[in-house]
Design a binder for this molecule. Structure first.
Ligand SMILES: [Zn+2]
Length: 246
């Protein structure tokens, strides 16, 4: 089974502003694709060189930001604390991109450790800068912010409303790979957990958001705090949801 998954080749090509992910099976095509046997662990989401899952790269800071580069176009999800722009720039360069490549910025929520880099980054990019409609008014920005709503699609990324941590919190899901950039709706600092209760605006909403995510086909979780969870994410998320108060 390991060979089967290693032989997967994921081809990404852009069509206009969107992107399509295609999975083809290499040497195993003669025997046909098969699912892993029941009960076996889920294989990790394949990652491009330097990426943590799919084409997603993690900017290494106290709180994570994530960048997605496809061809000469890039997206950034969250901007870290004040002073994060040099770390983000390093990550863009490592991906063969730069500030000029950045066309899309998505802010998951209004907290300073996710939007702190905005004042420094905004003058460097021509990107459209987005935030959830519910948090947007509370984010201090030198540029206009565009509101995002549940189901919106940008650059092959689907916006998922995940209120609770803040009332306008959003997450970013890439259907082609099953990668979820979770902001602070989920964290992995001590196993997979939901929003940290001491920073949660509405715990009931936060739990509802976890149940919503657990019902999706999420294969990898890229959180703001903690390491990426790139194997067994779906199972861990369903277990987390099942353990929540009714
Ligand atoms: Zn937060």
């Amino acid at each position: 089974m390991g060979d089967l998954w290693l032989s997967r080749r994921r081809l990404l090509f852009t069509a206009g502003a969107g992107a399509i992910g295609v999975t083809v099976f290499g040497s195993c095509s003669s025997s046909g694709p098969s699912s892993p046997p029941a009960g076996s662990p889920e294989p990790p989401v394949p990652a491009a060189s330097g990426a943590v899952a799919g084409d997603w790269r993690r900017v290494q800071m106290g709180v994570a930001a994530y960048i997605l580069v496809r061809g000469n176009e890039a997206a950034i999800v969250d901007l870290g604390t004040v002073g994060s722009e040099s770390r983000i720039e390093e990550a863009l360069k490592a991906a063969g991109a730069g500030w000029r490549s950045v066309k899309h910025i998505v802010l998951t929520h209004l907290h300073d450790d996710h939007v702190g880099g905005l004042a420094e980054v905004a003058p460097l990019v021509k990107a459209t800068i987005h935030a959830g409609a519910g948090d947007l008014g509370s984010i201090l920005s030198p540029r206009e912010l565009k509101p995002l709503a549940d189901g919106d699609e940008i650059f092959g990324m689907r916006i998922i409303d995940t209120p609770g941590h803040t009332l306008g919190h959003i997450s970013v899901f890439e259907p082609a790979t099953g990668v979820l950039v979770a902001g602070d709706a989920l964290r992995t600092t001590g196993g997979l957990e939901g929003s940290d209760p001491q920073y949660t605006a509405n715990e009931e909403l936060a739990n509802t958001s976890i149940r919503k995510l657990a019902a999706m086909d999420i294969k990898a979780i890229l959180p703001g705090h903690g390491e990426p969870l790139t194997a067994g994410a779906s199972k861990a998320l369903k277990e987390l949801a099942a353990g929540l108060p009714a």
